[in-house]
Design a protein around this ligand. Structure first.
Ligand code: NAP
Ligand code: ZN
Ligand code: ZN
Length: 364
């Protein structure tokens, strides 16, 4: 197949093929089966048959245009694991038959200071997201992992540890790296009390990772049904944030807090849990702003920061760390035809703790 790509010099033909996918045509539409085009392989490309794809709350925010930047059709999915089925002539890191993974990015400028430092997520020219980003090859948008196959430059393809369950490894590609990166950047480790707020896909990974890094982990949840689970995941203690009196137990005591809540909540209640020089890092990305009171920060010289996914080298480091410590996500497997129902459940916090799509169901 040939697709025309619009450029300043006129339309350029690009060789493409059609691939089955699941996506949405509008903010208020359900996801349904549709066809997308994938480019034919360039010399640096790897083609992956997608076996499993995790369902991130960012997929839902994007499909519903909650961040006001979605271009339709939108095919989400950035927690991708599968098998290499084709490689370009100059590919050196992968061969046909290898397991491979793709996370939240498929490209970046590669020459700015941040790209050179391995911080491609903060690329000065903007990284190319795995979905809903301008596609440099086709001139359309990038389409994500709710699809049969994906074509990605080998520099943005990750190796999967062979000892881990493949389906449960998929969520590491976003939920894993998004929590690993700030835990590492803020040097979380032994001797520290670390809070994790919101036990969904990201939060449950944060508990496992912070525990493996040697920290004492305190979970803050709104869900009584997650108390026992949080302990099983590795939490040393659990605070039911909506229960009278519970929030005072760690006031002024925590070194670091990772906030992974997807909806509007009172950030000041969590800032007040930090000790002097403590940091609260926001990874959750609610649609609404979160007002911060000056006196939540000033008295204890507290810091309030954010963090976005992680670079490619750090994503590989995280996968290897998980391989070494036998860490994967707790998952509920679904067929792609159940995705709209899964989104409904995600909105209610009703998932333990990551939906993963068995992509074989797309062939049905
Ligand atoms: P998720 O699985 O839906 O988990 C979100 C959790 O937040 C819920 O399980 C619930 O935990 C808590 N929560 C939800 N609504 C709440 C409310 N109204 N009040 C208080 N707590 C509430 O979502 P996820 O996939 O982990 O993603 C979490 C957030 O991170 C999303 O906004 C997502 O877009 C964002 N994200 C950011 C990055 C990044 O680079 N920074 C990367 C990926 C995702 P409890 O039941 O324990 O209270
Ligand atoms: Zn994500
Ligand atoms: Zn760059």
């Amino acid at each position: 197949m040939e697709t025309l790509r619009a450029t300043a010099e006129g339309a350029i033909p690009v060789q493409t093929k059609e691939v089955k996918a699941f996506g949405s045509e509008a903010a208020d539409a359900l996801l349904q089966q549709l066809n997308i085009t994938r480019r034919n392989l360039t010399a640096q490309d790897v083609e992956i048959e997608i076996l499993f794809c995790g369902v991130c709350h960012s997929d839902l925010h994007t499909v519903k245009n909650e961040w006001h930047s979605t271009v339709y059709p939108c095919v989400p999915g950035h927690e991708i694991v599968g098998r290499v089925i084709n490689i370009g002539d100059e590919v050196t890191k992968f061969k046909v038959g290898d397991l491979a993974a793709v996370g939240c990015m498929v490209d970046s400028c590669r020459h700015c200071d941040y790209c050179k430092e391995g911080l491609e997520q903060y690329c000065e020219e903007g990284n190319t997201g795995t979905y809903n980003s301008p596609d440099k090859h086709l001139g359309t948008r990038t389409y994500g992992g709710y699809s049969e196959r994906i074509v990605v430059d080998e520099d943005f393809v990750l190796r999967v540890p062979e000892n881990l369950d493949l389906a449960a490894t998929a969520p590491l590609l976003c939920a894993g790296i998004t929590t690993y990166s700030p835990l590492r950047h803020w040097n979380v480790g032994p001797g520290q009390k670390v809070g994790v707020v919101g036990i969904g896909g990201l939060g449950h990974m944060a508990v496992k990772l912070a525990k493996a890094m040697g920290a004492e982990v305190i979970v803050f949840t709104t869900s009584p049904s997650k108390v026992e689970d949080a302990k099983r995941l590795g939490a040393d203690d659990v605070v039911l944030s909506k229960e009278q009196g519970q929030m005072s137990r760690y006031a002024g005591k925590l070194h670091f807090i990772l906030d992974a809540v997807s909806a509007k909540h009172d950030i000041n209640a969590y800032l007040s849990q930090l000790r002097v020089d403590g940091s609260l890092v926001l990874v959750g990305a609610p649609e609404q702003p979160l007002p911060v009171a000056a006196f939540s920060l000033i008295p204890y010289r507290r810091s309030f920061a954010g963090s976005m996914i992680g670079g490619i080298a750090e994503t590989q480091e995280m996968l290897d760390f998980c391989g070494k410590h036998n860490i994967v996500a707790d998952i509920e497997m679904i067929n792609i035809q159940q995705i709209n129902e899964a989104y409904e459940r995600l909105l209610k916090g009703d998932v333990k703790y990551r939906f993963v799509i068995d992509m074989a169901s797309l062939k049905k």
